[in-house]
Design a protein around this ligand. Structure first.
Ligand code: 5GP
Ligand code: ZN
Length: 136
């Protein structure tokens, strides 16, 4: 897509520190990493967010993310990794081309998970029933 920074990175029109590439996917280092090895995996085709990525691409996309995380552990001795997808602006998505973050982690590296929130039990149950119907 014109004006999409990750389309341009995917096509090679803009530079990136590439880690892996095939005809469908590209993995490259995040320009503003939260840890050493923080990488992004994208489909080369433009989809604005993860919800738009066709089912047939999802396995490859997440398989590559996991493989990259495992190989990063093998190379650096990182203790673990987060695979993160921000879907939508409210969820923190800034680049509107679907991408998966792979974030290597160390014990006590200072990165925090989300704070917990008290959700009324009736709201939880109502939503769970509705989602069971939808997914059923
Ligand atoms: P989001 O918040 O959309 O899930 O994350 C977008 C990520 O893309 C951010 O972590 C940001 O640092 C990274 N990013 C934005 N522009 C560029 C770029 O031009 N090159 C690279 N390598 N990463 C980018
Ligand atoms: Zn794009």
């Amino acid at each position: 897509m014109d004006d999409c920074i990750f389309c341009k990175i995917g096509s090679g029109e803009l530079p990136s520190t590439k880690l892996y590439e095939d005809d469908r996917f590209l993995a490259f280092l995040d320009i503003q990493p939260v840890s050493l090895g923080h990488a992004l995996v994208i489909p080369k085709e433009h989809y604005q967010d993860i919800s738009q990525v066709p089912e047939g691409l999802l396995g490859g996309l997440f398989g590559l993310a996991r493989c990259l995380g495992d190989e990063t552990i093998a190379e650096t001795g990182a203790a673990g990794f987060n695979i993160v997808v921000n879907r939508g602006v409210a969820a923190g998505q800034v680049v509107m081309h679907a991408h998966v973050h792979v974030i290597p982690r160390e014990p006590d590296d200072g990165l925090k998970h989300w704070p917990k929130k008290d959700i009324p039990e009736e709201d939880r149950e109502r939503l769970a029933a509705a989602l069971r119907d939808r997914l059923g």
